[in-house]
Structures are given as structure tokens and as C-alpha cells.
Design a protein. Structure first.
Lengths: 313, 205
């Protein structure tokens, strides 16, 4: 395993370049699992309004690829999720700085719409970066059952890392919820809260949505798990069969609500329900819901200490 | 319809050109109808309306008979006050619900394009002024961008990207009349159904 100081400078430049490219790629090309889910939804949707909106969504995905344009104008609040190999040779402080620089460069050089403002003065930084932005999450790939499985897709190299970029549009991010349930609420309380969030959000998050759910942990961990759930490709399930069964049950239930594409009716209200869980305190059962719009943008890249970058979704 | 150049098309879509000159012309529209627009669409967003209504800053652009769109576009600067489109799409309308009355009463706006709907308390405003809310496909910005021919004017540039924008459009849509001036909101209907279904589902748990 090479020591940290043996990672050449160009490998950090590769991280910066990867972060820049990931942000732009995520905004332009939707993942194959999402495109397939939209096509499946179009084939099964029975509502005329729902079919019409799904047709336009599918056309838009093609136009974005044809014109090499952004799928949606909302370039989002940028979230990066980094999976760190167990013997990672990179200095993570330098990686963190490189990812932030890549975000700024994508914003200025493409150019991308700048969205990051101070919460009180509302002054725009014009770079999509700022204090604590982009949002950065780190997790370690150890193979331990308690750390849970790594995200699907290309494997994380033991001495390197994998960067996931999730530009999160505000229409869906504004539809985020957290409730500190208690033991007496039971599993029925968990189900009720998640469905209530979908109904409360209604047309606003651009349905059909991906419902990211965090279950357990603490308030902060639970919210982060809901965001991680959004990163999981459609069609994948939680590795715990009890949790996976809840994903399937809620997926079927949510699609009985009749909210439909763009909230104007139909059987396609959600494209998937992804749940990530953590153990929690004996007196509590936090549930966080993070909705993701139909234009569910994400991209990932594996980076090795030699500076080799492999892109995926 | 009187002077709005509305006409039926084979797809059952109505065509309208904005701005309209007869401010009562949109009273004929009914929830569920589908439209395409030509002419001018005015982009507006949270910060623009906070400036107009909370700080009393009046734009020079005439909004009489206008159709607005809730957007903060992705643009490339060409020179002073000149921009070209990169990607233009539509944002969530509910955040800007409280400005509906001022737009219609003070500025003569008659139609708002958005996604996700205005709230039920905007229905009496639409009824009083003969206004409509038109639903676009949220997130379909790449397609929407192809229907915008040019950015003709911009005001409140200091609020970039939440300026007041004048776009020239062609075949803009399709748009669904989701809230009309007869008290109908498709969103309210769908929401009521979803809430009833929720209780039914919960009873099964």
C-alpha cells in the first residue's frame, strides 16, 4: 500500500477534474436504471394526463442527450458522497479541497446556474460552493456487516476512492422531512409517516419521485441515510430482507395514491422506495424522507492513486 | 375567444399568443384544456417578486396581459444586459403563491406558467381577474429550451439568476390549464383523492 505522500500531485488534479466532469455529466445524462423505470412507467400508466407527462419526460431525456444540454435548469445544491477504500492512499483533506475546486470550475467554465446563497443575506457566491458547500459525505469500505454494503456499481479500489455526485434540485430537496417517531408508533407509524410525506409533497417535487428514506440512527444520521438512499439505483434493495420487504410494500402503496406524473393524476407516483437504516436508541425511531424528482441525476467515478478515473452512474 | 388568436389544432391543443390585449379573454379557459403559446413569456422568480412587492421596486417592463413563467434560467453572458440561453426550465410555483394577487391586480398579469400549482387561496384571485395557472412538465428543461427563441430583455440583473426575463417563444408547451377562473384546481382534486386513499391504506397496516 503506498504511503499518502506517494500519491502524485496529478492524482489530486484528476480528482478535481473528475468532480468537475461528474457535476456536468450528472446534469446531462440520466442513469440507465432511471430511463428504464420511466419507460416502464409509461408502458403501465393508464391515466391520459400521466401518459402525456411521461412522454414529455422521455422526450426531454433524449433532447438533453442530443443537444448535450442539461436535463433540468436547476443545477441544484451539490452533494458529493465519497466511498473511501480501506487502504486509501489519498490525503482526504486534499481530496476534499479538490472536489470543491472542481465544483467551482464546472459552475464557472460550463457555465452552470449558480444557486448557493448565504441563508440570511441571500448573497449568491456565484460558484455553487460556499461555507460547508458542496455537502460532503465520507464513508469507508471495510467489508464489515456493521458498515453495510457499499453502493452498487463499480467496486471501490482498496487504495483509492469512488466519488458520487448528486446535484439535488430544490423542488425535491424542499420536500424533505424528519420525524422523531417513538417505539409506541410501531412499524405502522413508520409506514404512515412516509406515505404522509408523499401526499404532503404532492405535485411539488416533480413526481414520479424516488423516495429516499432514512430509518433509525440519530436525527442527523437519519437525514444523511435518506440522502444515501437516493443514490441507490432503482431496482436495488436494502440487503436486510425485513427492510427490503418494507421498500416493496411502500412502493406498491404509494402508487395507489393517484398523485401521478407532475401531480396531475395517474398511477405512477413513485419510481422506487429506497430505505437505508441504522440501529437506533431504545426510546426512539427517527424517520427521514428525502424525495428525488423524476430527473434523478447522479454520476460516479472511481479514482486510483495513479490518477486513473473511470466514470459511471 | 376574442382577440387572443386562439384556435384549435388537430391534437386538441389551443394556441394563444401573449401578451393578450383583452384582459378577460382567458375566462373562457377551463381546467384540463391543453395549450401552446407563441409570442412573449416573462420569466420571474422568488427574489424578483420579493423586490417588486416587499421592497416596492417597479420594473420598467409592461406586464399587462402577460403570461409569466416561474424560472431562474441557466444563461451565458454575452455583454452588458445581453444573455443567451443555456438551459431554461420551470421551478416550483407554491413558494411564490403570495404574489399572485399583486401580479394580477397591480400589474395586469393574466396567466402564470409553473409546476406544482399555486395554493387554493389563489383560486379567488384567478376568479376575480380572469386568470389561469398553466402547468408545464417540470424538469423538462432541455425540451423547453428548444422552444425559446431568444432572451430579448432582462431587468433586476443584480438578482442573477432570479431576474425578470423576457423570452420570445414559439410552440411553447404543451401546457395544461391546471387552475382556472371558475374555481377549479386540478391539484386540489388530486390532493383530496390522495388524502382519502392514504387513510384507506393506513387502515390496512
Amino acid at each position: 500500500m503506498p504511503a499518502t505522500n506517494q500519491v502524485p500531485a496529478h492524482a489530486y488534479e484528476a480528482v478535481e477534474e473528475a468532480a468537475m466532469q461528474l457535476y456536468i455529466r450528472a446534469l446531462k445524462v440520466l442513469p440507465p436504471d432511471l430511463k428504464a423505470a420511466l419507460a416502464r412507467a409509461r408502458a403501465t400508466e393508464t391515466d391520459e394526463s400521466g401518459r402525456r407527462f411521461l412522454d414529455i419526460m422521455l422526450e426531454n431525456v433524449e433532447v438533453a442527450e442530443r443537444d448535450e444540454n442539461l436535463v433540468c435548469q436547476d443545477t441544484g445544491t451539490v452533494v458529493f458522497w465519497l466511498e473511501i477504500g480501506e487502504g486509501c492512499a489519498f490525503n482526504l483533506a486534499r481530496v476534499n479541497a479538490a472536489v470543491k475546486r472542481g465544483t467551482e470550475r464546472a459552475t464557472v467554465e460550463h457555465p452552470l446556474r449558480p444557486n448557493a446563497v448565504h441563508p440570511l443575506t441571500r448573497k449568491n457566491t456565484m460558484t455553487n460552493t460556499g461555507r460547508h458547500l458542496p455537502a460532503m459525505h465520507y464513508e469507508f469500505v471495510t467489508g464489515s456487516a456493521e458498515d453495510g454494503p457499499s453502493l452498487p456499481g463499480a467496486a471501490v479500489p482498496a487504495d483509492g476512492l469512488k466519488i458520487h455526485c448528486l446535484p439535488k434540485g430544490s423542488g425535491s430537496e424542499n420536500m424533505s422531512f424528519l420525524k422523531m417517531l417513538i417505539p409506541a408508533d410501531g412499524v405502522a407509524g413508520v409506514k404512515r409517516f412516509i406515505l404522509e410525506c408523499i401526499v404532503e409533497a404532492g405535485p411539488k417535487p416533480c413526481p414520479p419521485t424516488i423516495v429516499g428514506v432514512g430509518l433509525g440512527g440519530t436525527a442527523d444520521l437519519c437525514a444523511a441515510l435518506a440522502k444515501r438512499a437516493v443514490l441507490r439505483p432503482l431496482g436495488t434493495h436494502n440487503d436486510d430482507p425485513v427492510v427490503a420487504a418494507l421498500e416493496s410494500e411502500l412502493f406498491a402503496a404509494a402508487n395507489e395514491l393517484g398523485i401521478g406524473p407532475m401531480g396531475l393524476g395517474g398511477r405512477t407516483t413513485v419510481l422506487g422506495v429506497n430505505i437505508e437504516h441504522a440501529h437506533t436508541h431504545i426510546t426512539q425511531n427517527p424517520v427521514a424522507v428525502n424525495l428525488q424528482c423524476w430527473a434523478a441525476r447522479r454520476a460516479s467515478a472511481v479514482v486510483t492513486p495513479a490518477g486513473d478515473v473511470t466514470y459511471g452512474f | 375567444m376574442t382577440d387572443t388568436t386562439a384556435s384549435g389544432t388537430p391534437g386538441g391543443e389551443l394556441r394563444l399568443t401573449f401578451p393578450i390585449t383583452d384582459l378577460d379573454a382567458l375566462r373562457e379557459l377551463r381546467a384540463g384544456q391543453t395549450l401552446r403559446l407563441d409570442g412573449h413569456v416573462i420569466g420571474i422568480r422568488d427574489a424578483t417578486q420579493i423586490a417588486m412587492f416587499d421592497r416596492g421596486e417597479t420594473p420598467a417592463m409592461d406586464l399587462t396581459g402577460a403570461v409569466l413563467i416561474h424560472t431562474a434560467p441557466n444563461v451565458r453572458k454575452l455583454g452588458p444586459g445581453r444573455y443567451e440561453k443555456v438551459c431554461i426550465g420551470t421551478t416550483t410555483s407554491a413558494r411564490m403563491n403570495r404574489f399572485t394577487r399583486g401580479l394580477m391586480e397591480q400589474y395586469g398579469v393574466r396567466a402564470i406558467i409553473g409546476k406544482g400549482g399555486l395554493l387554493a387561496d389563489s383560486l379567488p384571485v384567478l376568479e376575480k381577474f380572469g386568470g389561469v395557472y398553466l402547468a408545464i412538465t417540470g424538469g423538462a428543461a432541455a425540451l423547453e429550451t428548444t422552444q425559446i427563441e431568444e432572451i430579448e430583455a432582462v431587468e433586476f440583473e443584480e438578482l442573477m439568476p432570479e431576474c425578470l426575463w423576457r423570452f420570445r417563444v414559439r410552440d411553447f408547451g404543451p401546457l395544461v390549464v391546471a387552475m382556472d377562473s371558475h374555481g377549479v384546481s386540478l391539484y386540489e382534486q388530486i390532493s383530496a383523492g390522495a388524502r382519502a386513499k392514504l387513510e384507506e391504506l393506513v387502515a390496512r397496516f
